[in-house]
Design a protein around this ligand. Structure first.
Ligand code: NAP
Length: 451
């Protein structure tokens, strides 16, 4: 729920209620995260979004103080809000940035949990910043928090952006709190391959810039952190991974700052295991899918069955295996159909099946190895599906299907011939291609993060 200022000041909650103040909140997932935390920790509380203009902020905070229990604050008000609070803790004061307000004993107190979100993510990845050459891309609100962490950890910081003057402003702010910080500025266009750690705090990689990366050379890099959380695998993270560099995007940061805000408001135990992150990740994935299906394909033995079953379980999407679908419809096995009616007959059944499945939504469709060889089947499903190619080497295929007698075409001596015939066709299909010799976990992460 999003309220405007007028609606907000007329609202007197009857139970513990928290809000998010910001300017444009249509895309925010904060109420979703906090709703999940309330449920998980059995808190009888509400959380909703409030869009305010800058001149309304003071009176909105006053209304908050009188009737609510706390708030989050997002761009562009993290600094502006501070003058209307009764007190701010030392960290938010140092950062000049409050993202969490608690109302207690008639007083409003400001905190910053964004910094914890970043610290906890780095801790998860076991990243040490000490004496590391770090590129900080951007110089806005989030860069300010990252710069503080870097200065605290004696990193060699370079702030990069498209305006050297604005980069200099952040540099000056950092030096006020950390006079000995090793810090300089550079134009983003002059980025070169000399940094061990790279933080992206620009929006390059999201919304209309989704297919872009602010930088693309990571030969010297050990770690890349992108604050963007949607998509879950941003372009910069993807390129870094292709360089063999560990990389993380911002969903864990977002989740963690919310969890620690709840710790301030409701004293929740942040160490208690829960599956909220997992649920958020799945929901973001489903939202990006926009009611389309996922068609998983690849050569026999590529892992379609395992991957599709786990993906369905993790995301709550329905699952259809075309081979099983046909077997159910025909009330016999694929081997039997091949033996009694021949391959051509079976291929026609696949096309009939494609037509029927083309009306489905939010379904994982795991297709047999020959299904996509018929371009008509691909065309039929492509209208409403994202294709994922589980790309397997022939040697891996051999290892995986050894001794499996249920696959009619695997029995032939010409398996390699079949592989060589099909592989170029698979490769030409417009699909997300994933090397299927990776672990199941990383294949799932890649599908969920990139679709
Ligand atoms: P911000 O204060 O508006 O700063 C944005 C920065 O990006 C500025 O330095 C801006 O520089 C730069 N920038 C914008 N467009 C650019 C472009 N096309 N090319 C190069 N630089 C560009 O925003 P913020 O609050 O720091 O947020 C930054 C990012 O972090 C956003 O993507 C946001 O979604 C993400 N974020 C994530 C979390 C989380 O929990 N995961 C929390 C907060 C923010 P100019 O002034 O030159 O435009």
């Amino acid at each position: 729920m999003i309220l405007n200022y007028e609606q907000f000041i007329k609202t007197i909650p009857t139970k513990k209620t928290f809000v998010l103040f910001g300017n444009k909140l249509t895309h925010s997932i904060s109420s979703n995260i906090h709703g999940k935390i309330h449920k998980e920790y059995d808190l009888d509380a509400d959380y909703f979004h409030v869009e305010v203009e800058k001149h309304q902020l003071e009176s909105a905070i006053s209304h908050l103080k009188n009737h609510f229990h706390g708030a989050n604050v997002t761009i562009p008000y993290k600094t502006d809000v501070m003058e209307f609070l009764d007190e701010c803790d030392p960290v938010s004061t140092r950062l000049s940035s409050v993202n969490t307000i608690v109302v207690k004993n008639g007083k409003t107190s400001g905190f910053n949990t964004d910094i914890i979100g970043i610290y906890e993510s780095l801790k998860k990845d076991n990243i040490s910043l000490k004496n590391k050459k770090v590129a900080l891309l951007g110089y806005g609100g989030t860069a300010n928090v990252v710069a503080d962490i870097l200065a605290q950890n004696q990193s060699e910081i370079t702030i990069l952006g498209r305006s050297l003057d604005k980069a200099q402003e952040l540099l000056d702010d950092v030096l006020k709190n950390h006079p000995n910080a090793c810090i300089k500025t550079k134009l983003l266009s002059d980025f070169c391959d000399e940094y061990q750690i790279i933080f992206n705090t620009t929006p390059i990689g999201m919304n209309e810039l989704e297919n872009q990366s602010p930088v693309d050379n990571f030969k010297s890099a050990e770690y890349v952190f992108d604050c963007i959380y949607n998509p879950q695998i941003t372009k910069i993270v993807d390129i870094a991974n292709n360089f063999g560099v560990k990389a993380r995007s911002g969903l864990n940061m977002l989740y963690t700052q919310a969890l620690f805000a709840q710790n301030i408001w409701n004293d929740i135990d942040v160490t208690r295991p829960n599956d909220i992150y997992q649920k958020l990740s799945s929901e973001l994935f489903k939202k990006r899918l926009k009611d389309r299906n996922i068609v998983l394909f690849g050569f026999m033995g590529c892992g379609k069955t395992t991957i599709s079953e786990i993906l369905a379980k993790e995301t709550g999407l329905s699952l259809i295996d075309t081979d099983k679908y046909i077997e159910n419809e025909q009330k016999t096995t694929i081997s039997e159909i091949f033996d009694t009616k021949g391959e051509e007959y079976f291929r026609q059944l696949e096309t009939d099946c494609a037509k029927k499945l083309s009306t489905m939504q939010n379904t994982i469709i795991s297709v047999g190895g020959g299904f996509v060889i018929n371009s008509q089947n691909v065309e039929i499903l492509a209208k409403n599906s994202v294709f994922v190619f589980l790309d397997t080497s022939f040697n891996e295929v051999l290892k995986r299907i050894e001794g499996d007698t249920s696959r009619p075409l695997a029995k032939t001596d010409t398996l390699k011939e079949l592989f060589d015939k099909r592989y170029p066709i698979y490769s030409k299909i417009d699909a997300l291609s994933i090397k299927s010799d990776a672990t199941v976990d990383s294949i799932l992460k890649e599908i969920i993060g990139k679709v």
